[in-house]
Design a protein around this ligand. Structure first.
Ligand SMILES: *[C@@H]1O[C@H](CO)[C@@H](O)[C@H](O)[C@H]1NC(C)=O
Ligand SMILES: *[C@@H]1O[C@H](CO)[C@@H](O)[C@H](O)[C@H]1NC(C)=O
Ligand SMILES: *[C@@H]1O[C@H](CO)[C@@H](O)[C@H](O)[C@H]1NC(C)=O
Length: 465
């Protein structure tokens, strides 16, 4: 009984202290922490409903939660936070069906020219809304007359104003399938020119200035539209694109990191057994000073395993597979770092996820991997993160008054199967909140959304900008 009221007291005090986060947030030493007061959306804990006790089996915790709390109660208690997130403008709402009249083409082909995140198996022919069909491919054989060229991270080439340096010829149709040209193929027009019939360039003849270097970021009518995708925190436009894709709702096309297609080939085994002694999983190999400092302080307060290069405490790299042999995919293949991530995370109650940069709407795969694996992310990053995730699914570290408060909260949840199970209720009850929108504008759905935008512009017939 005493323990119960202590827990409640802790939670209530945290509500009070939350107002002071502005003044304490300096402990993160991240430059862009918001200075506006945001609505406090604390997870509603069911701590008072049961006597906390340590647990290791997740499915047993779910059963206890079902009998003591249940979905209708969960839905009711998170109604307000779901509505607040729903009113935010952090996510583009696709309204494809109601804008069918704006389409100028009923078939669009997109040739993916350079990539880092875009997986091969996104290649396909997609049936989209309004009867639009969308050919999305990395193959210049299949998309021999692309309506749009997509450059991810590789910037679109500037156009030479003169055609002398790379005269397109009818015989220059590229025949080899594209390989990952990231950083290598910056100038498709000189190295890989499409057939003349498609380009029909109308050369701008120089009058006085015959400099061969004269280039322009303008697109000539008749050329494919240039789509540029940049998912890094800085969202830097190339200056030579007709459509810009990044993670923010203000970009031409938004692409969140909540795509199931990031890093195919992961081992998707999920452990029902949660480690009782080691609460937190962390893995980071880019040891940025600010992130390391924060992680070091928090992790000193909580039993954890750190698998990456930063603050490694498991006796070396690549230890996850020796800890959890069931996470091996194929013993004959050298594992990639992400192959066993999902499976390894699932053995822990919590995964620490700290973004490289604290920037609005920059909510990356670090968080979504943890959610996918059935763990609970302890998150430091975008101030509007709650607009992107399911209700009561993460612990937003920046809403606590101190790391000590946070660590004590984490320990309480770890020892309370009902409170812990409540962090998984969204998935089991189907209450996605804004996460439904986050998924709807992820990489997974990018092909139809790009084809739609290209069609609305009129593809190659779009006026030069
Ligand atoms: C979110 O807002 C839209 C329109 O503003 C509304 O139609 C929808 O029902 C809302 N959803 C929730 C879960 O509140
Ligand atoms: C020719 O182009 C170059 C590069 O854009 C420019 O610096 C120069 O002033 C131009 N010369 C004339 C005569 O227009
Ligand atoms: C889990 O850990 C707690 C606290 O360290 C301990 O009291 C408890 O006995 C452990 N339970 C199991 C099932 O190992």
């Amino acid at each position: 009984m005493l323990l119960k009221s202590l827990n409640s007291f802790t939670i209530i005090s945290m509500f009070g202290f939350a107002f002071f986060i502005l003044f304490f947030s300096g402990f993160l030493e991240f430059p862009s922490l918001s200075t506006t007061i945001k609505p406090i959306r604390y997870p509603t804990l069911s701590l008072t409903k049961s006597t906390p006790h340590p647990f290791t089996d997740l499915v047993t915790a779910f059963k206890e939660w079902d009998s003591l709390v249940g979905c209708p109660h969960f839905r009711e208690s998170h109604k307000v936070s779901i509505q607040i997130a729903n009113r935010s403008s952090s996510l583009q709402v696709s309204d494809a069906e109601s804008e069918c009249g704006e389409l100028k083409m009923d078939h669009v082909s997109v040739l993916v020219k350079g990539w880092t995140w875009i997986p091969d198996n996104l290649d396909n022919l997609y049936p989209c809304a309004c009867g639009l069909s969308c050919l999305w491919t990395k193959s210049s054989v299949l998309a021999d007359k692309p309506d749009a060229l997509l450059f991810e991270t590789t910037t679109p080439p500037l156009q030479s104003l003169f055609t002398t340096s790379s005269p397109p010829t009818a015989t220059s149709v590229p025949s080899a399938p594209e390989i990952n040209t990231f950083g290598l193929d910056n100038n498709v027009f000189s190295t890989n020119p499409p057939p003349t019939s498609v380009f029909s360039p109308s050369p701008i003849l120089p009058t006085e200035n015959t400099s061969q270097d004269l280039v322009s970021s303008d697109r000539r009518t008749g050329d494919p539209l240039r789509v540029y995708m940049e998912l890094e925190a800085g969202r830097k436009r190339s200056g030579a694109e007709d459509l810009f894709i990044s993670y923010h709702a203000k970009d031409d096309v938004q692409s969140t990191y909540a795509g199931g297609l990031f890093h195919n080939g992961r081992n998707y085994h999920v452990s029902s057994h949660k480690d009782n002694d080691t609460l937190v999983y962390w893995s980071s190999s880019r040891c940025l000073p600010q992130r390391n400092k924060l992680a070091k302080k928090l992790l000193s307060l909580l039993p954890h395993h750190s698998f990456g290069k930063c603050l490694n405490n498991v006796g070396g790299l690549d230890k996850a597979l020796s800890f959890y042999p069931e996470c091996t995919n194929d013993a004959n293949v050298t594992p990639k770092w992400w192959d066993h991530l999902h499976c390894a995370m699932s053995h822990y109650k919590f995964v620490l996820a700290i973004e490289n940069t604290v920037t609005e709407s920059y909510v990356t795969e670090k968080l979504f991997y943890a959610l996918d694996s059935g763990s609970v992310p302890i998150y430091f990053g975008a101030s509007n993160v709650l607009d992107f995730v399911p209700p009561n699914s993460i612990i937003d570290g920046s809403t606590f008054s101190s790391l000590e408060e946070l660590a004590s909260y984490v320990r309480n949840v770890a020892n309370d199967p009902i409170a812990y199970a409540e962090y998984h209720a969204w998935r089991r009850c189907g209450d996605l909140g804004n996460y439904g929108k986050t998924r709807a504008v992820s990489l997974d759905t990018l092909p139809c959304r790009i084809c739609n935008a290209v069609s609305r512009k009129g593809g190659r017939n779009a006026g030069a900008i």
